[in-house]
Design a protein around this ligand. Sequence first.
Ligand code: FES
Ligand code: MG
Length: 591
Amino acid sequence: MGNTRANRRFRSQEWFDNPNNPGMTALYIERYLNQQFTREELQSERPIIGIAQTGSDLAPCNKIHVFLMDRIKAGIRDGGGIPMEFPVHPIQETGKRPTAALDRNLAYLGLVEVLHGYPLDGVVLTTGCDKTTPAMLMGAATMDIPAITLNGGPMLDGWWQGKRAGSGTVVWESRRLLSEGKIDYEEFMSRVCASAPSLGHCNTMGTASTMNAMAEALGMSLTGCSAIPAPFRERMNMAYETGKRIVQMVLDDLKPSDILTREAFENAIIVNSAIGGSTNAPPHLQAIARHAGVELDVTDWQKVGYDVPLLLNMQPAGEFLGESFFRAGGVPAIMAELKKAGRLHEGAMTVTGRTMGENLEGQASQDHQVIRPYDDPLREKAGFIVLSGNLFDSALMKTSVISKDFYQRFLSRPGQEGVHEARAIVFEGPEDYHDRINDAALGIDENCILFIRNVGCVGYPGSAEVVNMQPPDAVLRQGIDHLPTVGDGRQSGTSESPSILNASPESVVGGGLAYLQTGDRVRLDLNAGRMDALVEPAEWQARKEAWVPPVLENQTPWEEIYRQNVGQLAQGGCLELATAYQKVRETLPRD
Ligand code: FES
Ligand code: MG
């Protein structure tokens, strides 16, 4: 594809080369000359490409991008563009308190302001850690200038005593062993640290690998980008190719709105089931779709994705980690299997300028232990079930992590397959859970379901990853690793717990979970797609009328702004007012 610029003026020329306003043009241009650029190049009618830098010392999952920057810039130069790197508000999943989820929308807002207010014609979105990917894609969707994602890649595989130690997943397992007294604090720390052997993001199919696979499935990254481990030379090459490619996208005016279509989102949902992806993908994809103006609903996850088989054998749903996934062919190999089975919208446009179907030509699994053929999967029907009932309008259950043991224990009573009735134990948040989980007075046993509330977008604030509550130590010692758990928060994508989560609306805004009491009977019916508190309607109504919303205390100004404007997880946890702003690039900011 050659230079197809036609006679368009670039946005950046409105800053750097506006003959109608020499005064402002001079002012805009002079300070960019004092270090790196010459007047000739800034006025050379070449596209100016922003590089949204999400890595820093505070954001180690994305720090690889600091080292990839030379290659991205070289690609942009060789493509004929001019690179300008700029910082993004850090969103480190493991570092930010109270939760990185609070900052996805803040980084989104920051990105929109940068893309709108500065002389940029296209952008490379560096991604990696969980929320960085959706934040960048949400901003690109709102702005709608040409954009391409480049993730940093997963860390190398972690190993502990001859076994793979996967990010996050090793934490949940080791935490149980610590509670049971089978390992001590030192071994606990060593096991967890062993899972992080190099630069890169989580090496499991947690939220980071999931969301980068989603970016690729949506058509927003180059083919094969997402699974390349961070330290590999292929990652460097991909950085260069991505830089080169964005320049041509600007020349061709290939925008997010050409790529982020309903078909692209359906492809992403299908890929998510096939990879055993994170329960955080639904709110993030929902947010991207809303900013892109695409109709998507939480129930689409079941309608479109439930009957897709699990093809990828990677933790937490399987056994391998990122290096094996890459060597087996990564996302293109998964998608090639789905394409062969007729499950993809092959005509969806992508950043390559070709359709997804074209990008996948010649791709195939290189290792059937890691990426299974469509007709010989690890598990049939591996997508999410979307539940509703009197406790919430919607909540998700990830079926690919329902273990045989869990199914037999809770969901296979003769004649009652898929149904579980039990006593509710209700916690008011993670602090209350930690204080009381081992309280013998609660009498927690395997006939209980653990509930946690006040941990949604408004409640926490930001929504906390706490629904995968560990059973009491005494229950663990009986060999029961998981009790059914339910909550209006989220859980880590690295968790192997089949929780019922993302319940919307959340309790602090009056969702049904608010009226549940410890001791109530609750019925889960997977066949009917329902979960209900078995409380008399009159009694339920009386509790509703007596309910007093909790007082929410903000610790920072952003928490207050966020709480006033955020929606529910089922709708993507967006700043609701922001969804009205679309194709922002069509208006130039004032001088
Ligand atoms: Fe950053 Fe998992 S904690 S990628
Ligand atoms: Mg997480």
